[in-house]
Design a protein around this ligand. Structure first.
Ligand code: F0G
Length: 426
């Protein structure tokens, strides 16, 4: 039987308690029962579900339900099932075999939907009606959507004036209670952790269930990004998986998924994981560079990649384990590197929001320094859709970003409304 286990004090709980954090305040992990799972023909099972029109099999999260946690009822919006695009031009340029996993194709335009459907499922199974998160934007959009779908009270706490408009508009439109605070994401997160301490297991209906990635059931849903990549590659592990890193829930989920897929024999070797932070919000990079000696929060983080403008990531211990267990690497990318990478991904016709471009910025660094070797298979994860943050894109192309050399700027032209003017402009 799976269980919940504290990564700080090792206390165990029944999986069905659906707890968010340990009594000691430490983060919890879902621990799978590998002996039971090894009895199943998992690959055949997952293959047989592809192409199904019905839930749960038609969800790119619940298709892998045996690897998540037991639940009688599920909440789903057919999330996942995102494309894995071969990046042909960039592959040639960098001498590697590069793919982009476009998580911006999820129902609300980011990977958050995968962890949201699983964690809301866990909370609803407990009898909760009210759900809260702190967010730099995408988590709030996802929470709002799933609460609307399931008829629940969604509450989002966001740093006032600091989240991209595409995301704020989603949270408002989907009907969540949107609370803007003075302060940054880290302050909002602290507030949510305080609310979490007031959770009363005897009275879930009147309590507020926390949906940030401190919640272990978020991590379980997000693992399916890796499972889906592996299935799309016919269960042949890539050499590298590269993703942006902020609060470090996703880096935690990816490492856990890689280790589990390996332990269960779904793949015969582990891809190396690379987490890429923005240089202005880089506490995990500094921690890695210190040889895991000192973790210290970054005060007043700053980056155009507002999704990962986070100074005090909650899941740094879980994410450290992911990097260690996959022989991984942590990198930082400058604002120019992020925006160059974004412009390149955008110009390939796929597009992504600024934070997502950290993946390509990191891949470029590692390919140029020879750490990623010629011919290796690399998957870059694009975590959010281009349309999430149109301001960043427009300001880049109109040259309005201070200190940014917009090498790929594509300026629009104002012309007279005549055929001659069109012909002479093109
Ligand atoms: N990319 C995007 C587009 C994100 O929205 C986030 C996080 C990340 C990457 C980083 O993932 O936090 O698991 O390391 N966004 C959160 C939010 C913080 O509130 O939407 P992480």
């Amino acid at each position: 039987m799976s269980k919940l286990s504290c990564i700080a004090c090792q206390k165990n709980y029944e999986i069905t308690e659906n707890r968010v954090v340990c009594e000691c305040g430490g983060l919890l992990d879902v621990q799978q029962d590998f002996a039971e799972l090894k009895k199943l023909k998992l690959k055949e099972l997952f293959e047989s579900r592809l192409g199904s029109r019905e839930l749960p099999d038609a969800s790119g999260v619940w298709r892998y339900r045996e690897l998540l946690f037991p639940t009688k009822k599920i909440i789903s919006r057919f999330e996942g099932n995102t494309r894995l695009y071969p990046a042909r031009k960039l592959s040639q340029e960098l001498g590697v075999e590069l793919f982009f996993k476009h998580e911006g194709e999820n129902p609300t335009g980011s990977f958050k939907d995968r962890g949201m459907c699983s964690a809301i499922t866990a909370g609803v199974s407990l009898g909760c009606h009210s759900f809260v998160c702190a967010s730099t934007g995408n988590t709030s959009a996802s929470l709002a959507s799933y609460c609307a779908e399931a008829g629940l009270n969604g509450i989002v706490i966001i740093p006032a004036g600091k989240i991209a408009f595409g995301k704020l508009s989603q949270a408002l439109a989907f009907g969540a209670k949107v609370l803007q605070i003075e302060g940054d994401f880290d302050a909002a997160m602290q507030l949510v952790n305080e609310l979490g301490k007031q959770f009363d297991p005897q009275n879930p209906a009147e309590s507020i269930y926390v949906l940030n990635s401190v919640n272990p059931f978020r991590i379980e849903g997000q693992k399916t990004i890796v499972f889906e990549i592996l299935q799309q590659l016919n269960w042949e592990a890539p050499d590298w998986i590269v993703l942006p890193a902020g609060n470090l829930g996703n880096s935690s989920a990816f490492g856990k998924a890689i280790v589990e897929a390996f332990e269960l024999g779904l793949i015969d070797r582990k891809p190396r994981l690379v987490s890429v932070q923005a240089a202005g919000a880089n506490p995990f990079f500094n921690y890695f560079e210190s040889g895991w000696e000192n973790f210290s929060a970054v005060e007043n983080p700053e980056t155009i990649a507002t999704a990962i403008k986070i100074g005090n990531p909650q899941s740094y211990l879980r994410a450290k384990r992911s990097i260690e267990e996959t022989n991984g690497i942590v990198l930082e990318a400058s604002e120019n590197e992020i925006l160059d990478a974004k412009a390149t991904i955008d110009a390939s016709g796929i597009g992504c929001e600024p934070a997502s471009a950290c993946s390509l910025a990191g891949i470029r660094q590692l390919a140029q320094s020879g750490v990623i070797k010629k011919g290796e298979k690399v998957v870059g994860v694009l975590t959010g859709n281009l349309l999430k943050d149109p301001d960043a894109t427009i300001n880049y192309h109109t040259g309005k970003l201070a200190g940014i050399e917009a090498k790929m700027a594509n300026q629009s032209q104002q012309i007279e409304a005549s055929v001659d003017a069109v012909l002479s402009a093109i």
